[in-house]
Structure formats: C-alpha cells, structure tokens
Design a protein around this ligand. Sequence first.
Ligand code: NAP
Length: 249
Amino acid sequence: MASQVVLVTGASRGIGAATALLAAERGYAVGVNYRRDAEAAGAVVQRITAAGGRAIALQADVANEQDVVAMFRRLDETLGPVTALVNNAGKLETQMRVDAMDAARIGRILAANVTGTLLCCREAVRRMSTRRGGSGGAIVNVSSVAAKTGSPEEYVDYAASKGAVDTLTVGLAQEVAQEGIRVNAVRPGFIHTDMHADGGEPGRVDRVKAFVPLRRGGLPEEVARAILWLLSDEASYSTGTFVDVAGGR
Ligand code: NAP
C-alpha cells in the first residue's frame, strides 16, 4: 500500500486531471473520480500507471450519497484509505440571469458543488480523523473567485455555490483541526478548461482576459500546483484558508 492516497473528484479532465497527474508525480496513489466520461478518466489512469504510478478510475456522481459511499469503500479496498482529498468536481450551466433560472437548475448546481463537496468531506473525515482511529490528512476544496465576484449576468447560482464551499471550508477546518486534518481551498480565476463551453461560451477566457492583471487565463497545471502545496506538509500551519489562483483578480 502506498502511504499517501489522494482522491481527486472530477479528475477526467481540466483542473482535476492536472491535479491527479501532478499528485502521481509527487508520489501519491491516485483515485481518479469521474461522473460520465470513463474513457477520459481511463486515459488519466493510463498516463499515471505508464509512468510507474498507481491509480484507479472511480465512477461516482458526487451529488449521490450512495455513489460517494461506494467510491470511498472501493478506494479503501484497492489503494487504501484516503489520506488526501481534492474536492474538485463542480459544474455550471448555461449563462443566464437569476430571473430566468428555475429550481431544477439551481438544485443541480447546489447538489454537485455543495452537497457533493460535503459528502466527500464526510467520508474523508470518517477515515482521516485521529478521533476515529485515523492518521490525519488534508482536504483541498476547489472553490472559485466567483465566490467573491458573484458572477452577475453569467451564473449567480454557481457563484453562490462556491460561496458555500468557502464557508464550509472555514467551518470544517475548525471542526477537525484537533483531529489531524487540515482543510483549505483554492479559488481559481479564469482557467483554460472545457467548463466554459458548458456555460455556452467556449471562448470566455479569451474574452475576459483583458480584465485580468496578468492579462491571460490560467492553466489547469497552475491550479494543480497550488492544490498540491496545500495538501503537502509544506503547508503544515495553514488551515481554513484560501489560495487565489486568479492572475491578480
Ligand atoms: P471541467 O473541465 O468542466 O471538468 C469538470 C470535471 O468534474 C469533469 O471531470 C466532470 O466529469 C466532473 N464532474 C462534474 N460534475 C460531477 C459530479 N456530479 N460528480 C463527479 N464528477 C463530476 O471543469 P474545470 O474547469 O476543470 O473545473 C474544476 C473545478 O474548478 C470546478 O469545481 C470548477 O467550479 C472550478 N473552477 C474552474 C474555473 C475555470 O475557469 N475553469 C474557475 C474557477 C473554479 P465528467 O466529465 O465525467 O462528467
């Protein structure tokens, strides 16, 4: 069994895939969670194992409690109990104003981004907590600068869900601080991934980069490096805090 086991949710593409690959390079055995795209998750696993690392693909919708429970059990039985969790899975939907949204859409966003993050935190804490016989661990939640800006005219529902992620990061960090677990978050800005196409604007990052002090969008790998730092012992005195990876925005 590898001593360090990380579960990265939503690791079939984008920031999650970059995080899974970097974690493997740093010596973690990696659970590569995905929801739908088994082929893409399999490709991430293949790249890790081809380089001599250990990884498995884990299908689960993080918004579904049974899926999450089964995913953590499968990780226990294969790579070993989780020592690090990256709550990266997240979604947004087509850009629209709040006055056009319906409850079904709002529910989908909150279920994936908030309920999903909380459920994965719960399963990780049950395994990591020294109060429950675990050896401690680290959790990094992937929030967004949208938690601060609110994403007007685009997706206020998504931004609000990331505000909830920020709040739960602070609360959980304090709840488990005496149990060997650190909980932090990264807040990416405009990052070049396929997520913007889901919002209906694949070229969004190039449209808005003029408003970013560094005058460019970020790369998934730049977010992954911040995540890996927060997971590592280099960040041993940081908990309940945030690293913005947003080009100065
Ligand atoms: P992405 O390219 O759209 O990838 C999202 C990943 O999450 C995919 O692997 C997807 O899997 C998975 N996923 C979505 N819903 C899921 C669910 N319910 N259960 C399990 N997996 C699920 O996104 P990204 O841009 O890399 O974003 C990753 C995280 O960073 C998200 O939390 C996002 O909110 C945050 N973020 C991104 C940006 C940005 O500019 N890109 C900025 C700020 C924050 P399938 O494809 O298999 O469904």
